[in-house]
Design a protein around this ligand. Structure first.
Ligand code: ATP
Ligand code: MG
Length: 229
């Protein structure tokens, strides 16, 4: 097995002096390729801070963070951005689709940025939309799609670059429970194909469907359980 994410004694503090906040306080984790992990915990427990580190959007105050085998402290900002763009597919609560852009080009955009020729990029985007059951909606703009459909387009966009890790921050947070379950079905199918998924949620019903649950409290891991909840 190969390790996708590794954290060793990681702390992240914000502010200084008497107003210092320890958002992460001595976190150790290892996430292997093919895992499906939910990170849970109360508001303010450090979930987004942890996600920002895993997503190469931020650096730890102290400790080691390795993503896709790279030690973040060895990477300059440019290399960090490149690792983020190549290794990770992001999915957010608010889908962040480009306005006035059809579903096909929304999915193709990360490939356009990489300089993939438009025709080839759109072909790959179409394959990904088909895979997520959205082929018949490829000409639709986000305003013409339901929330669940928009999230499927956003997931297709996250997958089109074939990242080794999907990082999802409250991906079902803006969806009704039925649609949220469908998005989880999708993640389960993708995970069965071998894609590593790390999902942040405060919804325990959603978290139960992951194969592993990591619980944060006050910046510390207080529980790490595997198997069905
Ligand atoms: N940029 C920042 N500056 C100062 N404090 C911050 C910053 N980001 C996070 N914090 C603090 O760090 C702690 C952890 O925040 P974090 O956003 O990781 O929590 P969370 O678990 O994602 O919460 P939520 O469920 O509300 O999104 C909180 O006390 C928060 O106030
Ligand atoms: Mg958060």
């Amino acid at each position: 097995m190969s390790t996708v994410v590794e954290m060793l004694n990681v702390t992240k503090t914000f502010g200084e002096g008497s107003s210092i906040v320890k958002a992460l306080d001595g976190v150790d984790i290892r996430i292997e390729k093919g895992e499906f992990v939910a990170i849970v915990g109360a508001s303010g427990s450090g979930k987004s801070t942890m996600m920002n580190l895993i997503g190469c959007l931020d650096r730890p105050t102290t400790g080691l963070v390795k993503v896709a085998g790279e030690d973040l402290s060895n990477l300059n900002d440019k290399k960090l951005t490149s690792l983020r763009n190549y290794a990770i597919g992001f999915v957010f609560q608010s889908f962040f689709l480009l306005p006035k852009t059809d579903a096909l080009d929304n999915v193709a955009t990360p490939l356009f940025y990489r300089g993939v020729p438009a025709k080839e990029a759109r072909k790959k985007a179409m394959e990904m939309l088909s895979k997520l059951g959205m082929a018949d909606r490829y000409t639709h703009q986000s305003t013409e799609l339901s929330g669940g459909q928009q999230q499927r387009v956003a997931i297709a966009r996250a997958l089109v670059t074939q990242p080794s890790l999907i990082l999802a921050d409250e991906p079902t947070g803006a969806l009704d429970s039925t649609t949220g379950k469908q998005v989880m079905d999708l993640f389960e199918n993708l995970n069965r194909e071998g894609i590593t998924i790390v999902l942040i949620t405060h919804d325990l019903e959603i978290a139960k469907r992951a194969k592993r649950r990591i619980t944060l409290k006050d910046g510390k891991i207080i529980n790490d359980e595997r198997g069905a909840a």
